[in-house]
Design a protein around this ligand. Structure first.
Ligand code: FE
Length: 225
C-alpha cells in the first residue's frame, strides 16, 4: 500500500516538471511527459482536475515552498531550546506552530546531528521526501546509485558530497516512506552565538537537512552579508 501511494507521488512529481517547463516544446517532450500531458488533458476535459489549480500547485513548489522553509525550522531549533525539544518530540506538530512555514502532514520526524551521530536520509524504494519543508527533491536523491549506496556505503557517499566525519561519529541512515519523512537538524556551526534566527537560517543548506551536507560556517557565507 505504501508503495502504491509512493508511486503516486513520483508520477505527480514528473508531472510537475513536464507541465511547468515544457510549454510550446511539444517535440522535446519525452514519452513520459507526453503521457502525463495527455492524461492531464483528458482529466481536465472531463472536469476531474482544474489545470489552473495544478499550475498553482506546481508554481508553489517551484518558487515558494523550498528548503528555506526547513532552514527556518532548523534555525528556530538552534535558537530556541523549547522549540528544539518540541521538534524532536513531534516534528509535524512543532512545524505547524510556525505560521510562516507551510503546514506539514502527520509524518515528519526530525533527527538531530551531534558529535556522536550523523543522520542521513534516503528513500531506498523511490523518492519520498519532506516536500513541505524542503521543496522539490534534488535529482540525485531520486537516483538509483544514491538510493542503494546511501545504505551500503554511507561514508563513501558522504565523502563524494565533501563531508568527512570523524571515525568515532556513528552514521545513521533513515529510510523514508510515504508515511514517514525525515528532516535532519544539522549541528549548529561554531561562532554563531547570539545570531538571530534569520541569520542562522542563512547557514542551513538543503543538503544539510538531508544529511549529505553540513551547515555552512559563518566564514563560508561571509561574502553574502
Ligand atoms: Fe519514496
Amino acid at each position: 500500500m505504501a508503495n502504491n501511494e509512493d508511486r503516486g507521488h513520483e508520477h505527480s512529481h514528473d508531472h510537475s516538471h513536464g507541465h511547468s517547463h515544457e510549454h510550446g516544446e511539444m517535440s522535446e517532450l519525452s514519452n513520459t511527459q507526453l503521457r502525463v500531458r495527455s492524461l492531464e488533458t483528458v482529466l481536465a476535459e472531463k472536469g476531474y482536475v482544474d489545470s489552473a489549480a495544478l499550475d498553482a500547485i506546481v508554481e508553489a513548489y517551484e518558487t515558494r515552498i523550498g528548503p528555506q522553509n526547513g532552514a527556518r525550522v532548523v534555525a528556530r531549533a538552534w535558537a530556541d531550546p523549547e522549540f528544539r525539544a518540541a521538534l524532536l518530540e513531534d516534528a509535524s506538530t512543532a512545524v505547524n506552530t510556525m505560521g510562516n512555514v507551510s503546514p506539514v502532514g502527520s509524518h515528519l520526524i526530525a533527527v538531530e546531528n551531534t558529535a556522536e551521530r550523523h543522520n542521513m536520509v534516503v528513500c531506498t524504494l523511490c523518492s519520498c521526501y519532506p516536500w513541505e519543508v524542503l521543496g522539490l527533491p534534488p535529482t540525485w536523491y531520486k537516483s538509483a546509485p544514491y538510493r542503494s549506496r546511501a545504505v551500503l556505503e554511507p561514508r563513501a557517499v558522504l565523502s563524494e558530497f565533501g563531508v568527512s566525519l570523524p571515525e568515532e561519529t556513528e552514521v545513521r541512515v533513515w529510510d523514508s516512506t510515504a508515511e514517514t519523512r525525515y528532516i535532519v537538524i544539522p549541528e549548529r556551526p561554531e561562532g554563531t552565538e547570539g545570531w538571530s534566527e534569520e541569520q542562522l537560517a542563512a547557514l542551513v543548506t538543503r543538503n544539510s537537512m538531508i544529511g549529505t551536507g553540513l551547515a555552512q560556517r559563518p566564514d563560508e557565507i561571509a561574502g553574502d552579508s
